[in-house]
Design a protein around this ligand. Structure first.
Ligand code: GLP
Length: 251
């Protein structure tokens, strides 16, 4: 794993989006197509914005969706399908294929449906973020590090639900769904490359726990320490609690 620190969320997003585009270009050059995972949430705003401005042959790119609430209609402002359509899909040329998670379907069947597709389409690059509770996707602590199922149903813990409320996606805590469908930790870690975008001082504690301590399912994104090809983009706010020797360790 490698850590890169930028000045602010905008600079972070420009660097991360540009790096993602370079990775996708290289993958297309090698394989003539690329399979990517996109995350959502506030942490991805600037990264996705930059990625949509890049000159890429999108017709060779297949997109998977990291996580989605169960039972939330696409008309809700908090819907991650809506988010990806508005902030990514509608801004670029036609993709080769798009596999969004439909949280309004039977969740077990939806996990199986997407699982069958992703098994046939190994993922080259995953764009992810880290939650205030250290989650990766919607794998809230204590995350299941063992399951080999590609997509799973998870319970959302109160800290995660409060983060979504605090970011303004919902008006009251009761509106925040209790469950979600998420790509599993095992499936995220199978990606050839992982690019993690983590801006904001709200994430400083989670970043410290994930990158300074041992890998633990209580801070699920700590698993990224063990990925062979992972770059984590921070800004000076999310990196503010890291010690000097942590930067040296992840140079
Ligand atoms: C969110 C999203 C994920 C995202 C992660 C980071 O809740 N469901 O797709 O990667 O958790 O959180 P955020 O970007 O909201 O800070």
């Amino acid at each position: 794993m490698k850590i890169i620190v930028k000045d602010d969320p905008l600079e972070l997003g420009k660097a991360a989006g540009h790096a993602a585009a370079q990775m996708i270009r290289r993958i297309i050059n090698e394989k003539d197509r690329a399979n990517i995972i996109l995350a959502t949430g506030t942490s991805q705003f600037e990264t996705l914005s930059q990625l949509t401005k890049e000159d890429l042959d999108w017709s060779k790119v297949t997109m998977f969706h990291l996580d989605e609430y169960i039972g939330l209609p696409e008309s809700s402002p908090a819907s991650f399908r809506k988010y990806l359509k508005k902030r990514f899909i509608q801004k670029i040329a036609r993709l080769r294929d798009i596999f969004l998670i439909n949280g309004e379907e039977d969740p077990v069947k939806e996990c199986l449906r997407l699982g069958e597709i992703i098994k046939k389409n190994p993922v080259d690059l995953a764009l992810v973020g880290i939650g205030e509770n250290g989650h990766l996707g919607f794998n809230d602590p204590p995350a299941d590090f063992e399951t080999k199922e590609p997509f799973i149903v998870t319970e959302l813990e109160v800290k995660c639900r409060n983060q979504q409320l605090g970011e303004g996606w919902f008006k009251t805590i009761d509106e925040v769904p209790l469950r979600a469908i998420t790509m599993s930790i095992h499936q995220i870690m199978k990606s050839g490359q992982v690019l993690c975008s983590v801006p904001d001082s709200r994430k400083a504690h989670a970043v410290q726990e994930c990158f300074e301590n041992e890998v633990s399912n209580l801070f699920p994104a700590s698993i990224l320490q063990t990925h062979p090809d992972c770059i984590c983009f921070l800004d000076k706010f999310s990196a503010s609690l890291l010690k000097k020797n942590t930067f040296e360790r992840w140079l």
